[in-house]
Design a protein around this ligand. Structure first.
Ligand SMILES: [Fe+2]
Length: 556
């Protein structure tokens, strides 16, 4: 792609040790380092390192398969300050952890200096266990995202030692002023993100899944091209953050776009161990080019649909994980949207009309049905800023919490009523452990140190867990502790019973309406609802083991 010039602020990279001192000890003793390394596109025999310095410099990487032993090295690369260069490590062996360090010399200095040792893993073989992590909706460009909160979530992911991490979008932005934002401003937004990822992504390859606020949409794409948010955003995103493109290991978008974009690196798939990973872009191709198209106008586009169908149908992986910013692009919820339009095929009042053949002539089946017929295990989405776990046709629809919300409840307050089950407040990331027969998903909460002082919460507490695969005696959904809380009957008439097993210590039960207003509170296991009008409500359960919200219906 066209390399664009950057001329703004410098970046800093912090050693992980110092980083943890900052986050955990809240001590401002960081030793700034003058570079960032962000890994991307790992394969069975290669990986890309994007390297950037805040001064002109030259560097090379040396690497091997044992700690402290680096028999291989790259060519020496010269770079200009604040302008990243990508270098590929090639001819690697699969299913191995590699250790590497950078040797660098700042312009005007005499000798090379060695970085700390970093590491990465090449593609896992089948039968090989591994961990990956997912975060979403960082929103550092607006008031929703708080930088030191994000630092905690990043540090927590580093502790999990994942093979790679994904973000599900609303990362760099910013489409809030779409017609006045400039290329220079987008340059700064993307570049300012590197110091965050640079803290951990020297050893954790990073994948971008695009969100609506990245602004890489049809709506902007053709508007006064090439001088628009979509073109500039794509250029700067690619410039600073290496994402996959089809190369024999990855499949994905094969189109090359004009204006210096080339391959937009926006949707792609790969296999790692016993799992297939499919990352979708739900924004670049719209049926009509309005800012927020309705129902059927949201689309993957035919090329992406065909690729998705072929990708799912030809994969023999035991687990198939699909990622997108959202089921519908805009709107809220998981299952409440999955039935509709291109995703589910239905429209009309309450989704009573199956209209897919008319709206998508020649397309074989809706996206959800593709998932069902091809054994998709979990669909991960962001956008709604709240943890929500739902199941439809044995497919988990998993919505992610924000990564940097220091209030811990932005999404819970705004969007909880769009979900049908297991909705939790909190900030953090998801950790997925994949073994040959089982995938375990944990919601790892992040807390600022000041918010753990009362002892109610701990950073890295596990708020929710479940398994998919043969690890479960009951099949798809298993052992999260909140299954041990029962609410019945539902719908309820005059009384609602709350029953929990002995290991769950409930401290408070609150009945809330759809506006989040508290109507009743009790510590008893029976809630008298005789005076509550018919409708949909939420039961907020606080326990020593964590909090939970469940939806109930009151019908007298
Ligand atoms: Fe968002």
């Amino acid at each position: 792609m066209q390399k664009l010039c950057s001329k703004f602020c410098s970046l800093q990279n912090f050693s992980l040790l110092a980083f943890f001192f900052l986050v955990v000890g809240n001590i401002d003793i960081l030793q700034a380092q003058p570079y960032s390394i962000i890994l991307g596109r790992p394969t069975d025999n290669s990986i890309t390192a994007s390297v950037m310095f805040d001064q002109s410099a030259e560097f090379y990487l040396e690497y091997g398969i044992q700690k402290g032993d680096y028999p291989f090295k790259t060519n020496t690369v010269s770079l200009v300050k604040n302008m990243p260069e990508e270098i590929d490590l090639v001819n690697l062996m699969p299913n191995l952890r590699y250790y590497y360090r950078m040797q660098y010399r700042i312009a005007g200095t005499a000798s090379f200096v060695a970085s700390p040792e970093y590491n990465f893993h090449t593609q896992r073989s089948t039968g090989n266990s591994f961990t990956f992590t997912i975060e979403a909706d960082e929103h550092l460009y607006d008031k929703k995202g708080v930088k030191n909160m994000y630092d905690v979530t990043l540090a927590n992911q580093a502790v999990d030692n994942p093979d790679f991490m994904l973000s599900l979008g609303d990362i760099f932005g910013d489409d809030h002023e779409p017609f006045t934002i400039t290329s220079s401003e987008l340059d700064v937004l993307h570049r300012n993100y590197r110091p965050f990822l640079g803290k951990i992504c020297h050893s954790i390859p990073f994948y971008v899944c695009l969100g609506n606020h990245e602004g890489e949409m049809d709506y902007y794409y053709n508007m006064n091209a090439p001088n628009n948010l979509c073109v500039w955003g794509t250029q700067w995103r690619k410039y600073y953050f290496p994402n996959p493109y089809p190369n024999g290991f990855y499949t994905g978008n094969t189109e090359n776009e004009p204006y210096g974009i080339g391959n937009p690196e926006n949707y792609y798939a790969w296999t790692w161990g016993d799992a297939m990973f499919v990352v979708l872009d739900v924004y670049r191709d719209q049926c009509d080019t309005s800012a927020k198209p309705g129902g059927w106008a949201w689309t993957l586009g035919r090329p992406q649909y065909n690729w998705l169908k072929s990708t799912l149908e030809t994969s023999t992986a035991k687990f198939k994980f699909v990622f997108a910013h959202h089921v519908r692009g805009q709107g809220r919820g998981g299952l409440t949207n999955a039935k509709f339009f291109e995703w589910g095929g239905y429209d009309g009042t309450n989704g009573t009309s199956y209209n897919f053949p008319n709206k998508r002539p020649g397309w074989e089946k809706p996206i959800h049905q593709l998932f069902v017929d091809n054994g998709v295990s979990i669909f991960f989405q962001g956008h709604d800023h709240v943890f929500a776990h739902e199941v439809l046709d044995n497919i988990v629809y998993q919505t992610l919490p924000m990564a940097a919300d220091s209030t811990y409840k932005i999404g819970m307050l705004a969007n909880a009523d769009a979900f049908v089950s297991d909705t939790l407040e909190g900030t953090g990331h998801l950790r997925v452990n994949v073994s040959s027969d089982c995938a375990k998903v944990d919601f790892v909460r992040a807390y600022l140190p000041a918010d753990t002082l009362k002892g109610k919460h701990q950073n890295r507490e596990i708020a929710f867990s479940y398994n998919v695969g043969k690890c479960s005696s009951t099949g798809i959904l298993t052992n999260h502790k909140f299954e041990k809380i029962k609410l019945f009957p539902n719908p309820a008439n005059d009384h609602l019973m709350i029953q929990s097993e002995a290991e769950i210590k409930i401290t408070k039960i609150t009945l809330q309406n759809a506006l989040g207003q508290n109507l009743l509170s009790t510590q008893n296991s029976v809630l008298d609802i005789q005076q509550i009008p018919n409708g949909i409500y939420f039961i907020a359960i606080e326990s020593l083991q964590g909090n939970l919200i469940r939806k109930i219906i009151i019908q007298h």
